[in-house]
Design a protein around this ligand. Structure first.
Ligand SMILES: *Cc1c(COP(=O)(O)O)cnc(C)c1O
Length: 380
């Protein structure tokens, strides 16, 4: 189809998509045309189904990468009038803080170390002490190192205090399911190009319709105003501004494949086998994971970099790329690391080849011992 080399993305979005998802982009749609309006309706319904919500929720799609949807949700729902408590233990929690700073939204933070999730007790204390907090934002799986946060317990605490929860579920939506009955939330945010295996270019917010309506006039931004986007879409069937037509068409195909595979359960099983294969084979070769087994997610795994002078991420990356795989740099501040994504359109047999490519790549740049050594072993 192209003369580009075939490679797999071991990155948590954009990720490897199926050929049929790519082929779904070979048509040009008119943005106001009924055919594209039907695609938009189908996409919104498919996302609500994947979220497992009843009709008190609606899906508002938004152009752009996932961050655009996060910024839109925070700006619209918390906006000018609310105060947000942000749980921070990595880059995506930090990003929500930055969103508040840029938009002039009142906030406070509950920060824990990168390798530690905030507890429900900590949230309880902060909500008890600050009645001005209206909303809490949590990152379900902090993709920075792949740690799972305690979303279910914290959702109960937030509810007990009669505050509202906004979940950045970007990296796990469609796989690690959050039942809105057990995990009461006002909004959950994700994008087309993570576990649903679409292409990048659109995000979405599944939001309680009454909370959305109550937020009218609250958003300090025009293009990120979800109420405006939703009202226009409900009225006309169209997007407010130029829609990512090809992305949505690919997303429909990706949602069809998600259903055909068996939804969240089957996809979680495939990603878990990817992760288990990766971790077992990497450990057998001498690598160490940053997190202990109980904290590992089937989304992305952080490995400690080998403790040899010959190791250099860029050269390593290039050598692995030549072997057919794109890997991800680490996002840790304290120890040198790299990350391997487990999500995307591939299975454990490909993951096994990836581990071979990682080892081959390291040997090619002169690294022979893959252990992180004594220095870093306390982290693993
Ligand atoms: C990918 C991701 C985002 C969005 O990142 P973009 O680069 O804007 O797509 C937000 N939160 C989490 C947890 C993510 O994994």
């Amino acid at each position: 189809m192209t003369n580009r080399p075939e490679h797999y993305l071991l990155t948590p979005g954009p990720l490897t998509t199926s050929m049929r998802v790519k082929e779904a982009m070979l048509t040009d749609w008119g943005s106001w045309d009924e055919d594209f309006q039907a695609l938009t309706r189908q996409m919104r319904a498919g996302v609500c189904k994947a979220a497992g919500v009843d009709d008190s929720y609606t899906c508002v799609p938004l152009q752009g990468s996932g961050t655009f949807a996060v910024e839109a949700a925070i700006s619209t729902l918390v906006g000018r009038t609310g105060k947000l408590l942000v749980l921070v233990n990595g880059a995506y929690g930090e990003r929500i803080v930055k969103i508040c700073t840029c938009a002039g939204i009142a906030y406070d933070t509950l920060a824990t170390p990168e390798t530690q999730a905030a507890s429900a007790e900590q949230v309880d204390e902060m909500l008890h002490n600050d009645p001005n907090i209206t909303h809490v934002a949590i990152v379900q799986c902090e993709t920075s190192i792949g740690i799972m946060n305690k979303t279910e317990e914290i959702a109960q605490t937030v509810k007990a205090h009669n505050r509202r929860l906004i979940i950045d579920a970007m990296s796990a939506f469609g796989v690690l399911q959050l039942d809105p009955v057990k995990v009461p939330y006002d909004a959950i945010i994700a994008s087309a190009n993570k576990c649903l295996e679409g292409v990048p270019g659109a995000g979405f917010v599944v939001v309680k319709t009454d909370a959305l309506k109550a937020s009218k006039g609250n958003c300090p931004s025009l293009s990120l105003d979800l109420v405006d986007q939703w009202e226009y879409m409900e009225k006309t069937g169209q997007w407010r501004f130029t829609p990512p037509t090809h992305v949505i068409s690919a997303f429909i195909q990706a949602l069809d494949e998600y259903e055909a595979e068996g939804g969240a359960k089957a996809r979680l099983a495939r990603y878990t086998l990817n992760k288990d294969t990766l971790v077992a084979e990497m450990r057998a070769a001498g690598f160490q994971t940053l997190l202990p087994d109980e904290d590992l997610s089937p989304i992305i795994v952080t490995f400690l970099a080998p403790d040899e002078d010959a190791y250099e991420f860029k050269a390593f990356y290039q050598a692995v790329k030549e072997r057919g795989f794109l890997i991800y740099p680490g996002k840790m501040t304290e120890v040198e690391s790299f990350r391997i994504g487990c999500i995307g359109h591939f299975d454990h047999t490909i993951m096994r080849k990836a581990v071979t490519a990682i080892q081959g790549g390291l040997r090619a740049i002169g690294v022979t011992n893959f252990s992180a050594g004594q220095l870093n072993s306390r982290a693993g």
